[in-house]
Design a protein around this ligand. Structure first.
Ligand code: ADP
Ligand code: MG
Length: 288
């Protein structure tokens, strides 16, 4: 049966923007009972525009917050970084050069700029460091917010907006019709995660998730007898992709995510996963 499965899965991939790396993945896909999606770039477009830049100390203007953040973000490929760089280029501000750039996996980026230690980080990072989140940071549920630290102190934040992918709703309708639980795990804030989850009618969500927690979420679902598929796009997602019954790397992925995954979702489109599951079910029903 293996050559047939390989042939079928190759045909499915060719049509649907999927690369199947592990030949059992096609067979396994029909058993999926819970799907754990990442948010940015999979359920949403991952195309961020800056909506607000706020300063929270008197020493640095919002323009300065953006300028320092941009110095770091020019070295990052995260969709948030792309949105921030798009903004500063519109403003025609010169971006300073960073030293000792480092990405803090799944939490943000850090570097030295003009002798100051700058960080641009997630809400989960602030929670870990016990830094209070300014009360106006989440005034709009549609916004994703990243925080800018100068020498360890909160200097301001940048809010960005992304849109839900038009294909997500239809994909979720198909999953639900097939009794597959649809969940989301995101590093983004609680309010934004809840808004996306409600708009899409998800069965649940996990917000402000830090990288190591993704593996735990997958394990917990497996302990409840779920057969878990998970999507992810970053190096930080690799352990959870490996733990999942079906690991799905999104987009070109990073090399590590792609190497650990069973399937690569080339166009980052959740509908391609729906098609794979339906096709898998139909194929095996005919064969039995
Ligand atoms: P998600 O796919 O849910 O955004 P990631 O693991 O890619 O999760 O990132 C987790 C969080 O870390 C993001 O929501 C963001 O807050 C922060 N983050 C990651 N990379 C960057 C970056 N280059 N600039 C700013 N924040 C970042
Ligand atoms: Mg991500």
């Amino acid at each position: 049966a293996i050559p047939l499965v390989v042939a079928i899965s190759t045909a499915v991939s060719a049509q649907n923007g999927l690369l199947i790396r592990n030949r059992t993945a096609f067979e396994e896909s029909r058993k999926i009972s819970a799907l754990l999606f990442d948010k940015t770039g999979t359920l949403t477009k991952g195309d961020f525009g800056v909506t607000r830049i706020e300063s929270v100390d008197n020493n640095n203007s919002s323009a300065e917050v953006l300028r320092l953040a941009s110095a770091l973000e020019q070295s990052s490929e995260h969709p948030i970084a792309v949105g921030i760089i798009k903004k500063i280029k519109e403003d025609k501000v010169i971006i300073p050069k960073p030293k000792n750039f480092n990405s803090i996996t799944g939490k943000g980026v850090e570097a030295t700029v003009e002798n100051k230690k700058i960080k641009v980080v997630s809400p989960g990072y602030l929670r870990d460091e016990k830094i209070d989140i300014p009360k106006d940071a989440y005034s709009d549920a549609a916004e994703t917010v990243v925080f800018v630290l100068i020498d360890g102190k909160l200097a301001g934040y940048i809010a960005l907006a992304d849109e839900i992918r038009p294909e997500s709703a239809e994909a979720i309708r198909i999953f639900k019709k097939n009794n597959i639980k649809v969940l989301m795990a995101t590093g983004d804030n609680e309010k934004t995660a809840k808004a996306v989850s409600e708009k899409l009618g998800l069965d649940g969500y996990y917000a402000e998730v830090l990288p190591h927690q993704k593996v735990e979420i997958v394990k917990q679902l497996q302990e409840k007898e779920e057969f878990v598929a998970m999507t992810g796009d970053g190096v930080n997602d690799a352990p959870a992709l490996a733990q999942a019954n079906v690991g799905i790397a999104v987009g070109s992925g990073t090399d590590v995510a792609a190497e650990t995954a069973d399937i690569i979702l080339v166009n980052s489109n959740p509908q391609d996963i729906a098609n794979l599951i339906l096709f898998g079910k139909a194929t095996y029903n005919k064969m039995i």
